[in-house]
Design a protein around this ligand. Structure first.
Ligand code: ADP
Length: 480
């Protein structure tokens, strides 16, 4: 293989490997990024599902508080105007105070600027709303303020004893997942799962003094979901990689076949020059001898005969080369209906001194095609079978088999056979087995190439098999 080709292959390999590596790392990074986005989205959804359920639960507690504060048999709310600041001060007092703790509290509201004494229903309502609002933000911040002992006790009891409903969390979580197009198949667990994707936990224990009550959401097949999300990008990447590999393989094939072709052409030219060289040398020597020396008439005649003979040989050789070169071009696409038996018989008749056997059992069979090309296809195969067979008892057997849809030509010889490693290449243009400086059998490596072209032009297939005990069978199949 030439240095330039080797260099080109090396550069192309580096290029393709680079593209593959880049694509693979791009796909891997995208997968990682998408996976972490998935984790972030799921964690956010889980935390906000918990927050929203807890908020609802707090509202239940707050509505109890509102009921208690509004209960006039339980709490008495009064108002008076502070003579120094001129603001309204509200007082909330328990009507049945317990034995311990605070029984009343006085508050003023920044947002309430009216001076109200005694209290009006509107001011009372504003005060109750204010107390509930303060309790709401206290609950959110995780503590309970004791306005009065009993109010504080009941608020604290509710805060720590009303659990956050996990069924509600599950429902809310599911809705959020659905809204964000995330997978909704999950389970709750109290421990982190090792193999499946697990969210960050939420703590269901409402008191900080007790051990945490952790809850995890576990997703199976989260990776499949991530793959699903990336499927177009990943398949695009895969297509790109396949195209790159295909282009590389294809270019390599074309380059190598061009290289083989050019080597075969070199062989062809070497063979041809060798063939032409012998008669030319003989012509030159004879002509020079005629010029330099005095010969009598008989000798002159002999020399002239030699010149004529070599000139004729040259003529035959050049027309042979021309013919072979032309044989690369398969004839026109004119289709005639040809009798198969006649076709084979005429090809056999072209080799009168050879032992070519044809058992005619297809007398009515016709083939549609170019008679000239088909004739040359058969004669090329017979000619090869004879010229490559060194045996004294060389013989060829031709069979035509017929099936419902096909006709099969088989041309078998008892020659040396063709090695398996060569069977795939003998149909290439200019290819000869053991080419190089072997000139014992004449040929330019175009015979089987021509045969293959004719077969292809007629929509057929050609195959080559070993023949037992030795020899070769060329099998050509045409549709009927
Ligand atoms: P050429 O025109 O040089 O004979 P072909 O294309 O006809 O070339 O054949 C290619 C090669 O296949 C030949 O070099 C020969 O070695 C081999 N070959 C073809 N036919 C036969 C056969 N019947 N038996 C053995 N070898 C064969």
């Amino acid at each position: 293989m030439g240095r330039k080709i080797r260099l080109a292959i090396l550069l192309m390999s580096i290029c393709v490997c680079g593209i593959l590596l880049l694509q693979l790392s791009f796909a891997y990074n995208s997968f990682k990024a998408e996976k972490s986005l998935f984790g972030k989205q799921v964690n956010e959804a889980f935390a906000s599902a918990y927050d929203s359920v807890k908020k609802d639960r707090d509202e239940v507690i707050l509505s109890d508080l509102r009921r208690l504060v509004s209960d006039t048999t339980f709490i008495k709310i009064t108002s008076r105007v502070n003579p120094v600041y001129g603001t309204t001060v509200f007082t909330m007092k328990e009507l049945q105070p317990p034995f311990k703790g605070q029984t009343q509290i006085s508050l003023s509201m920044e947002t309430f600027t009216d001076k109200v004494e005694p209290i009006t229903p509107k001011a009372r309502q504003a005060f109750i709303d204010h107390v509930v609002q303060i309790a709401r933000s206290d609950l959110q911040n995780g503590y309970v303020f004791y306005y009065t002992q009993k109010l504080g006790d009941s608020l604290s009891k509710a805060k720590y004893e009303v659990p956050v409903d996990t069924a509600q969390i599950s429902k809310r979580f599911m809705e959020m997942l659905r809204d964000s197009d995330l997978p909704t198949e999950f389970r709750f667990d109290t421990v982190r799962a090792t193999s499946d994707f697990t969210t960050k936990p939420i703590d269901l224990a409402l008191k900080t003094t007790v051990p945490p009550k952790l809850l995890f959401a576990v997703f199976r097949d989260s990776e499949i979901f991530v793959f699903e999300r990336l499927k177009w990008m990943l398949s695009g990447s895969f297509v790109l990689m396949s195209v790159a590999v295909f282009c590389f393989g294809y270019t390599l094939r074309v380059m190598l076949s061009q290289q083989k072709l050019s080597e075969a052409k070199d062989d062809f030219i070497r063979n041809m020059t060798h063939e032409l060289h012998t008669p030319l040398a003989s012509l030159t020597v004879t002509a020079e001898s005629l010029r330099k020396f005095h010969h009598d008439n008989t000798e002159r005649e002999t020399y002239l005969d030699i010149i004529l003979h070599q000139a004729k040989r040259l003529g035959t050789l050049t027309s042979e080369i021309l013919e072979t070169a032309r044989s690369g071009k398969v004839g026109s696409r004119v289709r005639q209906s040809i009798g198969v038996a006649d076709l084979v018989n005429s090809a056999v008749a072209a080799f009168p001194s050879a032992d070519v056997r044809f058992e005619n059992n297809v007398s009515d069979l016709k083939i549609s095609g170019n008679a000239n090309d088909l004739f040359r296809m058969l004669t090329n195969l017979i000619d090869n079978a004879l010229k490559y067979n060194p045996n004294a008892d060389a013989h060829i057997e031709i069979k035509v088999l017929e099936t419902a849809k096909k006709m099969i030509f088989e041309i078998s010889d008892n020659g040396p056979g063709i090695p398996d490693s060569e069977k795939g290449r003998i149909f290439d243009a200019f290819y000869r087995i053991g080419t190089g400086n072997r000139h014992d059998v004449k040929g330019y490596g175009l015979g089987l190439y021509f045969v293959k072209e004719v077969v292809r032009n007629h929509g057929g297939r050609i195959a080559v098999y070993d023949c037992k005990p030795s020899g070769t069978t060329f099998q050509i199949t045409f549709a009927k």
